[in-house]
Design a protein around this ligand. Structure first.
Ligand code: OGA
Ligand code: MN
Length: 273
C-alpha cells in the first residue's frame, strides 16, 4: 500500500486495491492515517455497496443517521445516496453546499468518519472540499486557545440549511434537531480540532451577535487555502474523512447533473455525556 501526502496540512492519497481494503492491517493503517491526515483518497478503487459497508464496519461500527431523510435511490440498507435528482427534500442535500460536519445536530455522538464514493460525477461542479480543523486549531494563538477552551456551541438543522430553506419548509421532527457540543473537540489521540460549520447556531452564554461573529470568523479562518483540499472526483473514487477533524462542502452542481454519491458513516465514540 503506497501513500502520498496531498498538502502539508491535509490529505493523503492511498493506493490500495479492493482486496487490500479487506485486510485488517491495511484498515488499521488507514485509521492511523485518518488521525494524521484528516482525509484519505482512494483513487478509482471502485467498491460495491457491500464492499463499502464492509470497509465502513472494519473502521468502526457503522451508523445510519439519515434513515429518516427521504430522497436518494440507494436500496442498500445503511448506504445513503447523495443526489439532487428526484429528491423529496432537496434542502437537506443543498445544505451540503456549505461547510459542515455530518450528524452533529442529533442526539448521537458525532460520527467518527464519513465514507463517500463517486458513482456518477457531475459534468460541472461537484468537487468536494475539505478543511482541516485540526490545522486551523493548531494555528490559533495561545490566547485564542485559552479563550475558546470551555466554550460550547449549539448545532441545529435550522442553522445547517439556513441558506437554502426556511424553518417552515422542514419536517417538524428534524426542524427541532439541536445538539450542544464543545467548540474545541478533543480526539481519542489527544489532538484537538474545532467543531464548527453551518450547523453551528450560537455560542452558549454569549449574545447571538457576539457568538455568531466568532463562529463566522473561525469558519472563515478554517477555510484558508493552507488548511483545505478540493477533491475532483472520478467515478469509483472513495474518500474517507475524519468527521470531527475536517469540515466538508461540495462545489454546487445541477439537479440535472446526474451526480450520485454513496455515503456511509462510522459511529463516533469520543463524546463524554
Ligand atoms: C454529505 C455531503 C458532500 C458531497 O453527504 O454529507 O456532505 O460531495 N456530501 O456530496
Ligand atoms: Mn456532509
Amino acid at each position: 500500500m503506497q501513500v502520498e501526502n496531498i498538502k502539508p496540512n491535509i490529505g493523503a492519497i492511498v493506493h490500495a486495491t479492493r482486496e487490500e481494503l479487506k485486510d485488517e492491517a491495511v484498515v488499521a493503517r488507514c485509521r492511523e492515517l485518518l488521525d494524521q491526515r484528516g482525509v484519505l483518497v482512494f483513487p478509482r478503487v471502485g467498491l460495491s455497496d457491500a464492499e463499502q459497508l464492509a470497509f465502513t464496519d472494519a473502521l468502526g461500527p457503522r451508523i445510519n443517521f439519515t434513515s429518516r431523510v427521504p430522497g436518494g435511490d440507494s436500496s442498500t440498507q445503511d448506504v445513503y445516496t447523495v443526489t439532487l435528482d428526484d429528491n423529496n427534500e432537496p434542502e437537506y442535500v443543498l445544505g451540503t453546499f456549505f461547510w459542515h460536519a455530518d450528524g452533529i445536530t442529533s442526539d448521537i455522538a458525532p460520527p467518527y468518519a464519513t465514507i463517500l464514493s463517486a458513482r456518477k460525477v457531475a459534468p460541472r461542479g461537484g468537487e468536494t472540499e475539505f478543511a482541516s480543523t485540526y490545522a486551523a486549531y493548531e494555528a490559533l494563538s495561545p490566547e485564542q486557545k485559552a479563550e475558546y477552551a470551555d466554550l460550547r456551541v449549539v448545532h441545529t438543522v435550522i442553522a445547517a440549511v439556513r441558506e437554502v430553506a426556511s424553518p417552515e419548509e422542514l419536517d417538524p421532527i428534524r426542524r427541532a434537531f439541536a445538539h450542544e457540543h464543545p467548540l474545541v473537540w478533543t480526539h481519542h489521540n489527544g489532538r484537538k480540532s474545532l467543531l464548527i460549520g453551518y450547523t453551528a447556531d450560537y455560542v452558549v452564554g454569549r449574545s447571538k451577535a457576539e457568538g455568531r461573529a466568532l463562529l463566522t470568523r473561525l469558519l472563515e479562518f478554517a477555510g484558508r487555502p493552507e488548511f483545505t483540499y478540493q477533491h475532483a472526483w472520478q467515478e469509483g473514487d472513495l474518500v474517507v474523512w475524519d468527521n470531527t477533524g475536517a469540515l466538508h462542502r461540495v462545489v454546487p452542481y445541477g439537479a440535472d447533473s446526474g451526480r450520485r454519491m454513496h455515503r456511509t458513516s462510522v459511529a463516533g465514540f469520543e463524546e463524554v455525556a
